[in-house]
Design a protein around this ligand. Structure first.
Ligand SMILES: Cc1cc2nc3c(=O)[nH]c(=O)nc-3n(C[C@H](O)[C@H](O)[C@H](O)COP(=O)(O)OP(=O)(O)OC[C@H]3O[C@@H](n4cnc5c(N)ncnc54)[C@H](O)[C@@H]3O)c2cc1C
Length: 496
């Protein structure tokens, strides 16, 4: 769902750059090998991006210095020609895996899309931005509901309606993941990917690092057996699209990330109440529903999803779930719970996302934004970008792939999205930290300019140029709201 941004693209970029400078400096100080080439560049978003990917450079035992990492963008593909088509295994058939497999298969690459559960119903709110519908050519049928209104509900239950600035054709799509994922997998299969119903269990690396094949072991469920038949395939390259508990990430020792735990109950509610949520979603903030995230009621096909998440106090997740259920009870009360689900949500990218001829995408890589917890679009996009890098750099799979080819994807990704992740991280820290700050946040959401900037950047995933006059007004309002929030917090602390 849209995370409410309070600044225009320019202001956001300014905040991001200032924070990037500090981060870049501290990473350089801590990084004696990689520091040289980064230090020779002027500070700015680009060098901060290097700092962002720098964590993985630091962790690598081999010679991946910053200069060699930067070089991959300029150096042409050098893989040896193959006398057969390149073979790529994509592990995981969610949005990231299915979108990667589609691009590979379309280019004629021998593609295996391995999914352990073909009717998997990923625990998810299922909200997608409008641009995803066009960009990924999604048919209308997979959008269950078009949300055009949002209610932001503050800790004191002040309600602010968001969405007035949307045009008649603009909406947030609500999908059932089992429907969307199945559609994307089938499309990849129709384009030539071999869809395998199997659980990947192990990955053996080749002795010949440059040209040997990886042996990917999986339990094949195609015969209908519950335990599966142990099977192995030989491939040149592996894309790990297997979600937050990625097996592929473990195999390449990609390192851990902090994660939030998200809890969600699907509720069937009476028809008149369901009508209320026809095109409306709700976001609740407050210490009671989450100390660091938000609680939600999202309309699904014939029910609502009520959930919350937290990083800082995972043990209390059920207590927060009770609170969001209580807060939304006047609208969804007496609903029948038809499904209870919980799943980790990554907080930031893994320290390593590429190793030799293996790369990670989507949740396996750690591409969920802070503040909004949005990951579907970024999963699909990263799968597509990784596959495009492979297709381009191997001339449609006629040459062997190597690590530098996969790093092209990583470099493009970080350049494109680094600022988005940073800004949302900052906003979460500023506005989700206390009830007074959350009151200020909801208050600001009443502003049309805030709503427009927020929806534009969420729906279209582009950096939206702001209006300088409105920016100044907004900055004043933001400061005013935060000052009031701090005063309230001080009062609250005094009284007890
Ligand atoms: C409660 C909750 C609500 C959310 N709400 C939203 C929302 O409203 N909007 C949004 O944009 N994002 C939301 N997210 C985040 C979003 O769900 C993820 O970012 C997105 O699903 C990531 O897609 P993916 O393809 O990378 O991974 P996944 O969707 O997790 O797919 C991974 C696939 O890999 C398969 N798999 C795993 N291991 C193996 C293996 N060893 N072998 C074979 N297959 C394997 C799994 O079965 C699964 O199908 C939410 C997350 C949670 C937990």
């Amino acid at each position: 769902m849209p995370s409410t941004t309070t600044m225009s693209a320019k202001s956001m970029a300014r905040v991001a750059r200032a924070s990037a400078k500090t981060e870049a400096r501290s990473v350089q100080a801590a990084r004696p090998v990689a520091g040289k080439s980064a230090a020779s560049k002027p500070f700015g978003v680009r060098s901060a991006q290097s700092a962002f990917v720098g964590q993985q450079v630091q962790m690598k035992k081999t010679s991946s210095s910053a200069s060699s990492r930067n070089a991959v963008v300029e150096v042409a593909a050098s893989g040896a020609p193959l006398d057969r088509k390149l073979k790529v295994a994509v592990v995981g058939g969610g949005p990231s895996g299915a979108c990667a497999a589609e691009v590979l298969a379309k280019a004629g690459i021998e593609t295996y899309l391995i999914e352990r559960k073909l009717d998997n119903c990923k625990p998810c709110g299922g909200a997608i931005p409008l641009c995803m519908v066009d960009e990924f050519d999604l048919p209308e049928e997979i959008i269950d509901r078009k949300v055009t209104k949002m209610k932001m509900i503050s800790p004191s239950n002040r309600e602010v309606d968001v969405g007035q600035t949307l045009s008649e054709t603009e909406y947030i799509g609500m999908c059932r993941r089992e429907v969307m994922d199945d559609f994307l997998r089938q499309r990849a299969e129709a384009l030539g990917a071999k869809l395998v119903n199997g659980l990947m269990t192990r990955l053996d690396k080749p002795e010949d690092k440059k040209n040997g094949t990886y042996t990917l072991h999986y339990n094949d469920y195609s015969s209908g057996s519950k335990v599966g038949t142990p099977t192995a395939i030989e491939v040149d390259c592996v894309i790990g699209a297997d979600g937050a508990n990625s097996r592929v990430a473990k195999e390449i020792d990609a390192g851990e990330y902090d994660y939030a735990i998200a809890f969600q109950e699907r509720m069937r509610i009476p028809e008149d109440r369901m009508n209320y949520y026809m095109d409306l979603a709700e976001m609740y903030v407050g210490d009671d529903v989450s100390p660091d995230f938000y609680g939600w009621v999202f309309p699904k096909y014939d029910h609502v999803a009520v959930g919350t998440g937290t990083v800082v106090n995972k043990k209390a997740i059920k207590q927060y779930q009770t609170a969001i259920r209580d807060r939304s009870a006047n609208k969804c009360g007496n609903g029948k719970i038809i499904r209870v689900e919980a799943h980790p949500i990554p907080e930031h990218p893994r320290p390593r996302r590429v190793e030799d001829r293996v790369c990670l995408v989507g949740d396996a890589a750690g591409y969920v934004t802070k503040c909004s917890g949005e990951g579907i679009y970024f999963a699909a996009k990263s799968g597509r970008m990784a596959a495009e890098a492979i297709v381009e750099r191997t001339a449609n799979g006629t040459k062997q792939v190597d690590e530098s080819d996969l790093r092209v994807y990583l470099d493009k990704w970080d350049r494109k999205y680094w600022a988005t992740y940073k800004v949302l991280d900052i906003l979460q820290k500023v506005f989700y930290r206390s009830n007074p700050a959350r009151e200020a946040f909801v208050e600001m959401c009443a502003d049309d300019y805030v709503q427009k900037m927020t929806f534009d950047s969420y729906l279209y995933k582009t950096v939206v140029p702001g209006n300088p006059l409105d920016d100044i007004k907004l900055l004043g309002n933001t400061i005013g709201s935060l000052v009031r929030a701090n005063a309230l917090r001080a009062e609250a602390a005094k009284s007890g």
